[in-house]
Ligand binder design. Structure first.
Ligand code: FO1
Length: 331
C-alpha cells in the first residue's frame, strides 16, 4: 500500500509519526509532500522549517516541546549574531540546526535541487518515510499587512516594496515569529507559485498512491502552498487515490499554532466544517472524499464529503496511528 501525505508545520510532523507507525503495521510505503512556503534565506543560509521539522521529528532529533529545531540545542551563534546586531534577531537559529542549513546551502549552491539535498540530509536522520519538497523551485509565503511599519529590515530578503495604502508584504516568518500574526493582515501570497514545478517524484508519488492524506496542518499556510504548485492539486483531484483529510481544528480552535488567525484572514470559519468546506468535496471540484473530525465535532457536515469522527489529540504515536487508521477506514 502506498500512502502520500500532504504536510507542513509542527502538527504535520507529529502526524507523520503516526502515519509511519501505522505504515509499519501494514507494510505500507509513505511519501510526505512537504510545504516549502515557510522557507527563508537568513544570514545567507537557506532555512526549510517544515522539511526540518519533519526530518528532525521522524529522526528523533526534534525538541518535543518547541516542535521545531533540535533537542538539546545551544544558542551560541545566535547570541554572537545578536552581539554584532546582525538582523533579524527575532528568528533563532540553534547551533546544531545551523549545521543543517550550512550543508543544505552548500549543496544548493553547488547546484543540487532541494529534493536531492533533502534526500542527502535524510540519509543521516533515517526518517523512515520519503520526504519530498512540494517543489524544488522558490515558493515563499508572504503576508500583506498594514500598521506598525518598521524601517525595512534588509536582512529579510525580498521584502516587497511599500504597497498602496500603507500595506506591505512581509515574509511569512516575520509575520509568524516576529509579529505573532498581531498585525492587520489582508492576504497571503505564495511568491513564485505561478512558475514553480512539482519536485521530481511528486506527481509520480501521487499517481501511484493508494490513498492521499491531508495532515492536520494549517490549511492556509501549510497545505495551500503545496496545492498552489501548478499541476499538484490537479494530480490529487484527478488521481485515482481517495483523499482523506484530518481536521486541524477541534471544537472551534486549532490544537496549536495560529490556524484561527489564518482562517480569519480568508473569512473562513474556524471549525472542522469551515476547513472541510475550504478544502471542498471532490465531486464538486474540491479535494476531499473523506474528512476526519474530532468527537467534539461529530455531526459536522461537509457537502459531498464523508465525515467521520475519531479522537484527534496526537498525544503519542499510538494515538496518532489510531487517527491514521480511522482516516483510512473512512475510504
Ligand atoms: N519559531 C519561533 O517561534 N521562533 C523562532 O525563533 C523560530 C526559529 C526557527 C528556526 C528554524 C526552524 O526550522 C523553525 C523555527 N521556528 C521558530 C518555527 C517556524 O517558524 C515554524 O515552525 C514553521 O515555519 C511553521 O510551522
Amino acid at each position: 500500500m502506498r500512502i502520500v501525505v500532504l504536510t507542513g508545520g509542527i502538527g504535520g510532523a507529529r502526524f507523520l509519526l503516526g502515519v509511519r507507525a501505522y505504515a509499519g503495521e501494514v507494510e505500507a510505503e509513505v511519501t510526505a509532500l512537504v510545504n516549502v512556503g515557510d522557507d527563508l534565506l537568513l544570514h545567507g543560509l537557506k532555512v526549510c522549517p517544515d522539511l526540518d521539522s519533519v526530518m528532525y521529528t521522524l529522526g528523533g532529533g526534534a525538541d518535543p516541546e518547541r516542535g521545531w529545531g533540535r533537542v538539546g540545542e545551544t544558542w551560541t551563534v545566535r547570541s554572537e549574531l545578536a552581539a554584532y546586531g546582525a538582523e533579524p534577531a527575532w528568528f533563532g537559529l540553534g547551533d546544531k540546526d545551523l549545521a543543517t542549513h550550512l550543508v543544505r546551502t552548500t549543496m544548493l549552491n553547488a547546484g543540487y535541487p532541494l529534493s536531492q539535498v533533502t534526500e542527502a540530509l535524510a540519509t543521516r536522520w533515517q526518517p523512515g518515510v520519503r520526504l519530498l519538497p512540494a517543489t524544488d523551485d522558490r515558493l515563499e509565503t508572504h503576508v500583506v499587512v498594514s500598521g506598525r511599519s518598521e524601517p525595512a529590515s534588509p536582512a529579510v530578503a525580498n521584502r516587497a516594496a511599500e504597497l498602496d495604502g500603507g500595506q506591505r508584504a512581509i515574509h511569512f516568518q516575520e509575520w509568524w515569529v516576529r509579529y505573532r500574526a498581531d498585525l492587520p493582515t489582508h492576504r497571503f501570497v505564495f511568491v513564485g507559485a505561478e512558475t514553480a514545478k512539482p519536485a521530481p517524484g511528486v506527481l509520480e508519488a501521487i499517481g501511484a498512491a493508494d490513498v492521499v492524506l491531508v495532515a492536520p496542518s494549517n490549511p492556509v499556510v501549510s497545505i495551500a502552498p503545496i496545492l498552489a504548485v501548478p499541476g499538484l492539486r490537479d494530480a490529487v483531484v484527478d488521481g485515482r487515490a481517495p483523499v482523506v483529510g484530518v481536521s486541524p481544528i477541534i471544537g472551534g480552535a486549532p490544537v496549536r499554532g495560529m490556524a484561527d488567525r489564518c482562517l480569519a484572514v480568508l473569512g473562513v470559519e474556524c471549525s472542522a466544517a469551515g476547513v472541510g468546506g475550504l478544502y471542498g468535496g471532490r465531486s464538486a471540484g474540491g479535494l476531499l472524499d473523506g474528512w476526519l473530525v474530532a468527537p467534539e465535532d461529530a455531526g459536522t457536515l461537509v457537502p459531498d464529503v464523508t465525515v467521520r469522527s475519531a479522537p484527534l489529540r496526537m498525544t503519542d504515536e499510538a494515538a496518532t496511528a489510531a487517527m491514521v487508521r480511522a482516516a483510512l477506514e473512512l475510504v
